[in-house]
Design a protein around this ligand. Structure first.
Ligand code: NAD
Ligand code: GLY
Length: 360
């Protein structure tokens, strides 16, 4: 299977390399972009026994000095305590400004290790080694880093682009179905946002037969958006499709509903709301595209609804970062492959969620 490379033209620019066998070659591949230095590999307790030795061996063989830090797996670790422990670890290991952090794992690891890199010594380089589908299609690219606060998801963070992303697609083979489905939610979100052709690949189950194709399409689309709007002043807000409701579901559940599952329900609720509020195009309505979106999401093993009522979701969403004073920007589908940003008063959010909410 071939290796693909997608250039993200931010400042600095970097390559996202996608294909099998990349972790065992990470040392020589990273040497092309990160001069020999002290590399601190941050990973979680599930990924460590699977992939840490492979990464460490390759880095050592290439000539890097390597230190490793393992934190307990799961969203529950994406907080200030773990971030603080990672920062103390970097200091104890005496990393300097010329050294580098490597995030080996899913979106939780990437977000937190990236934020540690942004904060430590006011910023050191970092690289992303995504091991989940979600990290491959979304979180490893674009430079958003964050931790959760008790008030909500990703409320403390920084924009900091990685120096490289090596996406080893062999890692997908060890993903439990639930975690794989989480990634499928962010991937199908991209189809709803940008391309009917990409969306149709999910209906044809290409995610099972050729995940590399889906990953490279999603990364190419995201790279373009991030290049045009790195700091989310406009177009990048579209990538939050399904996330206002998704983050609210995560928060209402005490983070027991995982990110992708929450986003999936958010995608369906926003689609149904768009249909009921007359935001879908006539063609999309006639082609029953809302039903198409809902059934594609269900066929990926993802939920199309949530038990949390609109009032609770709207309350939870009010601490969302997307709120600006008394208004909030939501993303509404117009048709498969096209969505629009709508700035609405926060007082309208509950009725919009109500328009799309149905318990199954
Ligand atoms: P995760 O990092 O918690 O990984 C999910 C689980 O899978 C963990 O238990 C992990 O240990 C395990 N795992 C990872 N790789 C594995 C492998 N190859 N085989 C077996 N198990 C493996 O969660 P996630 O779904 O990858 O990411 C979710 C997080 O990403 C959320 O915190 C979300 O907010 C964030 N996110 C960030 C961005 C961004 O742009 N920065 C975008 C989307 C989501
Ligand atoms: N996942 C949304 C973004 O990167 O902007």
């Amino acid at each position: 299977m071939s290796i693909q490379t997608i250039l993200v033209r931010t400042d600095p620019e970097y390559d996202v390399t996608i294909g099998p066998g990349l972790l065992k070659e990470c040392g020589p591949r990273l040497r092309e972009v990160v001069p020999l230095c002290h590399m601190a590999v941050i990973t979680d307790s599930t990924v460590a026994p699977l992939y840490l030795e492979i990464v460490k061996d390759s880095l050592l063989e290439a000539g890097y000095k390597v230190s490793t830090y393992v934190f307990p797996a799961g969203e529950g670790s994406k907080n200030f305590n773990t971030l603080s422990s990672i920062l103390e670890f970097l200091a104890e290991e005496q990393l300097t400004r010329v050294d580098c952090v490597a995030a080996l794992g899913g979106g939780v690891t990437g977000d937190m290790a990236g934020l540690a890199a942004a904060l430590y010594l006011r910023g050191v380089k970092y690289v992303q080694l995504p091991t989940t589908l979600l990290a491959a299609v979304d979180s490893s690219v674009g430079g958003k880093t964050a931790i959760d606060l008790s008030a909500g998801k990703n409320l403390a963070g920084a924009f900091m682009q990685p120096s490289a992303v090596l996406c080893d697609t062999d890692c997908l083979k060890t993903l439990p179905p639930h975690v794989r489905a989480d990634g499928a939610a962010e991937a199908i979100k991209t189809g709803i946002l940008c391309s009917e052709k990409l969306f149709a690949l999910f209906e044809a189950d290409v995610l099972s037969t050729n995940p590399e194709l889906i990953i490279s399409r999603c990364v190419a689309y995201k790279a373009g958006v991030v290049e045009r709007d790195e700091k989310e002043q406009g177009e990048r807000k579209l990538l939050n499709l399904g996330h206002t409701v998704g983050h609210a579901i995560e928060k209402c559940s005490g983070f027991t509903v995982t990110h992708g599952h929450a986003v999936a329900a958010g995608l369906v609720i926003m689609t149904r709301a768009a249909e009921n509020l007359g935001w879908l195009t006539e063609e999309a309505k006639e082609a029953l595209e809302a039903e198409r979106i809902e059934s594609a999401i269900e066929s990926l093993g993802l939920p199309a609804s949530t038990e949390y009522p609109p009032e609770a979701l709207a309350q939870a969403a009010l601490s969302d970062k997307k709120r600006a004073g008394d208004s909030i920007t939501i993303v509404a589908p117009s048709k498969i492959g096209r969505c629009e940003l709508k700035k609405i008063p926060v007082t309208e959010l509950q009725s919009i969620i109500e328009a799309g909410w149905a318990l199954e």
